[in-house]
Design a protein around this ligand. Structure first.
Ligand code: NAD
Length: 352
């Protein structure tokens, strides 16, 4: 059987790149990878596949409808997987405009290009086509001490980031409802694992700890998040793409609720064992002023994807976090090139 072609957007970012590397490694699909290479896009991550005939990297924006139209016409993909986004809550508080442009307007432009392409396909190809939109559990707002987000939970986004993702989710829903575009939406909890940009909690704490720098924890570290190892998220997306019903939403979670301080303490314990020079790393924990509007707790009910598509995570939090720390220890050069900015200055053969 010939491999399908998928247009993946944002495939130089954390989750997108993990997804692309997995597809190429397992020879599941030919990937056309459209990424605007913002600060979060890192071609170092994609180095193993930059010369692979099954991977075509295109530097450009999902907001460029003409470019997307050309890519669709040239490569004739069977699916679009939309990872492209501005994704960091703190940045959305400082400059919300970028989030509206990429997450709302960009998704709209991508949907328009997809709709035009899909409409012109032959009946059998039109039937098989999928537009998979990758989103977050943050669209549901904040929980109290109990309860979990289901696919029926009303949207109550609290940050400019989550509001912009909610806007994009609504557009995706509307394109299915109004035009019949075969969309799929996934709402996932916090991811962690290899290649995550070190502004996010887990890589930030690991890299700061290795350098003996303070480990800044918001408030008293009592905010609760559900954590999912990135490869489990990638497997969930593969399942939804292969077997999800058009128009449906699937929540994805790891069933690993942790207070932020517990995550940091776990990292410190692993580092004490694997990098004893800096032990005890917990002495570096520093509580800092809380993030404005910080959601207290997120938790995902992922029973629908388990029941309907047979997906469940393979990693526990303990196994995933151990793998993650080991990955950052073994890939100090990747980390150094991110922290000193050389990943942006010396991009592999792509004019930016
Ligand atoms: P990331 O910030 O690491 O990567 C985003 C990628 O999108 C980058 O490579 C960036 O260059 C690219 N990009 C930004 N604007 C673009 C544009 N206009 N056109 C094309 N590419 C553009 O993000 P991530 O953590 O990999 O998240 C990927 C997706 O998953 C996002 O949609 C995010 O909302 C969602 N998500 C993330 C998490 C998480 O914990 N990281 C959890 C749930 C959902």
């Amino acid at each position: 059987m010939t491999r399908p072609t998928w247009l993946v957007t944002g495939g130089a970012g954390f989750i997108g790149a993990n997804f692309v590397l997995k597809q190429i490694r397992e020879r599941r699909a030919r990937i056309v990878n459209l990424d605007a290479l913002t600060y979060a896009g890192n071609l170092d991550t994609l180095a193993p596949v930059m010369d692979d005939p099954d991977h075509v990297f295109v530097h450009g924006s999902i907001g460029d409808r003409e470019l997307v139209r050309r890519l669709l016409a040239e490569h004739r993909p069977q699916a679009i997987v939309n990872f492209a986004a501005e994704s960091h809550v703190d940045r959305s508080i400082d400059s919300p405009g970028d989030f509206i442009h990429t997450n709302v307007v960009g998704t709209f432009e991508l949907l328009e290009a997809a709709r035009g392409y899909w409409r012109e396909l032959q009946a059998a190809e039109r039937e098989a086509f999928r537009f998979l939109h990758v989103s977050t559990d943050e669209v549901y707002g904040s929980l109290g001490e109990t309860g979990k987000f289901t696919e029926e939970t009303p949207y109550r986004p609290n940050s400019p980031y989550s509001a912009s993702k909610a806007g994009s989710d609504h557009l995706v829903r509307a394109y299915h409802h109004t035009y019949g575009l075969p969309t799929l939406t996934t709402n996932c909890s916090n991811n962690y694992g290899p290649y995550q940009f070190p502004e996010k909690l887990i890589p930030l704490m690991i890299l700061n700890a290795l350098e003996g720098k303070p480990l800044p924890v918001y408030g008293r570290g009592l905010n609760v998040r559900d954590w999912l190892y990135v490869e489990d998220h990638c497997r969930a997306i593969e399942r939804v793409l292969a077997a999800g019903s058009p128009g449906e939403v699937y929540n994805i979670g790891g069933n690993n609720e942790k207070k932020n301080i517990e995550v940091v303490q776990t990292l410190c314990r692993i580092l004490d064992r694997l990098h004893p020079e800096g032990a005890p790393h917990e002495r570096l924990v520093t509580f800092v002023a809380d993030r404005p509007g910080h959601d207290l707790r997120y938790a995902i009910d992922a029973s629908k994807i388990k029941r309907e598509l047979g997906w469940s995570p393979r990693e526990t939090f303990d196994s995933g976090i151990e793998k993650t720390v080991r990955w950052y220890l073994a890939n100090r050069d990747w980390c150094r090139r991110v922290t000193d900015g050389s990943y942006r200055r010396e991009r592999l053969g792509v004019a930016v």
